[in-house]
Design a protein around this ligand. Structure first.
Ligand SMILES: Nc1ncnc2c1ncn2[C@@H]1O[C@H](COP(=O)(O)OP(=O)(O)O)[C@@H](O)[C@H]1O
Ligand SMILES: [Mg+2]
Length: 268
């Protein structure tokens, strides 16, 4: 696999608390265990909490990179060989409203680093702020996390609609989290896909589902990735399958990825 074939993935949701951070962390971890070099960036600049899930207290973070105080290589936290995390900081309101010039600066600082990875994940805050839209438009694929709850479905539809109407994005991978069964996940996906098909004329793709699993909150309390804490759990099994599905997508997209910048800034 050439270094040009880095797959960038933004992890999004309309509604908060659906599992974005835990799924980004564990998907990254699964891909790392499969032998892929993986970078996970905490891009939830309002409520950053990847560091908490990992039980780490980074000295520097994405904000220091942006302010030019620290080189990006010094901010990376290595969870394991070949699995790096770029932490963010919570409660910095100015940064959650990052303007176009600041984004361009951040991208230029990240750029030299990205080609060294097979996967670059961006864990993005919930909702459809300008900032969320800008991050979502940067990546090669968008992974929308939904749950079977009706509010999650309407909020994720609203998010897809905005990204489609304003940024002309059409490719969305859907991950149904906290499903009680494959059937329930499929029904939730079909509702969302039906609305997207009917009103937006686009066809989201179901990447997979992750079952509701009490091991997940336990792993959070232990501040460990679920795949390390309970690798044999239902949710861990589901996440592993999803990592394999994502790798198949990456291979299928190789030509497209080779021709595109790993992260690209959307025009205003
Ligand atoms: N598959 C699951 N089964 C059970 N609990 C889950 C699952 N996925 C996420 N959770 C719980 O949901 C909560 C929110 O997850 P989090 O990843 O922080 O969401 P977000 O980043 O979308 O706000 C966490 O406390 C986590 O333990
Ligand atoms: Mg989160």
């Amino acid at each position: 696999m050439t270094v040009n074939c880095t797959l960038s993935v933004s992890v999004l949701s309309g509604k908060g608390g659906v599992g974005k951070t835990n799924l980004s962390l564990n998907l990254s971890f699964a891909l790392h265990q499969m032998g892929f070099k993986t970078l996970l960036m905490d891009c939830d600049l309002g409520l950053a909490n990847l560091d908490v899930l990992l039980g780490i207290a980074p000295k520097d973070n994405l904000q220091n990179v942006l302010l030019g105080e620290t080189p990006v290589s010094d901010v990376l936290y290595s969870v394991a060989a070949g699995f790096d995390v770029l932490p963010a900081a919570s409660g910095v309101p100015e940064l959650s409203e990052m303007k176009a010039d600041a984004r361009a600066l951040l991208l230029s600082r990240l750029e030299p680093l990205l080609g060294g990875y097979d996967y670059v994940f961006m864990d993005i805050g919930a909702g459809i702020s300008e900032m969320v839209q800008a991050f979502a438009a940067m990546t090669a694929v968008r992974l929308i996390v939904i749950t079977p709850e009706p509010t999650s479905l309407t909020d994720s539809y609203a998010m897809i609609k905005v990204l489609h109407n304003r940024h002309h994005l059409r490719d969305f991978l859907i991950l149904v989290n906290q499903a009680t069964s494959a059937g329930e996940a499929k029904r939730a996906f079909e509702k969302l896909a039906g609305a997207c098909r009917h009103f937006l004329h686009l066809e989201p793709v179901l990447l997979g589902h992750v079952r509701q699993d009490k091991k997940m909150p336990e792993a959070v309390r232990r501040q460990m990735p679920l795949l390390r804490y309970a690798p044999g759990s239902h949710a861990a099994e589901d996440i592993q399958k999803m990592a394999e599905a994502l790798q198949r997508s990456r291979l299928a997209m190789a030509d497209y990825l080779a021709d595109r910048k790993i992260l690209r800034d959307a025009p205003e």
